[in-house]
Design a protein around this ligand. Sequence first.
Ligand SMILES: C[S@@+](CC[C@H](N)C(=O)[O-])C[C@H]1O[C@@H](n2cnc3c(N)ncnc32)[C@H](O)[C@@H]1O
Length: 194
Amino acid sequence: MKDWEKAYQEGITPWDKGDASPPIAHWLQEHSLKGKGLVLGCGLGHDVRLLAGYSGQVTGMDISQTAISKARKMDAVNNESYIVADFFNLDEAYTQSFDWVVEHTFFCAIIPDLRHSYVRNLVKVLRPKGYFLAVFFLQDPLDPNTDGPPYKIERASIEEYFAKDFDIMESFIPETHYECRPTGSEYLCWMRLK
Ligand SMILES: C[S@@+](CC[C@H](N)C(=O)[O-])C[C@H]1O[C@@H](n2cnc3c(N)ncnc32)[C@H](O)[C@@H]1O
């Protein structure tokens, strides 16, 4: 399994583009997220700070202590906070704690065997009828000598994982993206817990 902490300590973090996800930034121009939110696998917190500019209370979560320390050193936006935690071993205190969850290239970063567990944990941390906004990365592994991360995700399989528990309200290939991520490499989904 990938050693995320080592990657942040060594500064080898090619997924980090130094700014928040353009598809999320664009989406927020026409949608709003209310209440308490969680950003999964938030890395250096670019998306946390973006979302905190729009919404009340946003928590960024990452397994890497170094990533979270770096995130905390950046200029805070409104009521943002961070926790170092493993999403697959979360404290029970987080059960039904959030009105919405956002993710950006976290689902593709975990080994495929953990995907059902990811959905179970997502359902657990959300309050009833909570929302989930995701920017999934659809591209093949960047290093042809490994399976990933990122691990390949098919668009059709996203529905297979999430449709049992979520109504998918909106899903599309964003036109707005980082320059280095071509159109079609990302897929935005906006869902609500059934
Ligand atoms: C591909 S990176 C994306 C980071 C960030 N979302 C971004 O786009 O810059 C995946 C992130 O998930 C974090 N991560 C991996 N496994 C995790 C786990 N079990 N619980 C919480 N965070 C995890 C990694 O430390 C890393 O920051």
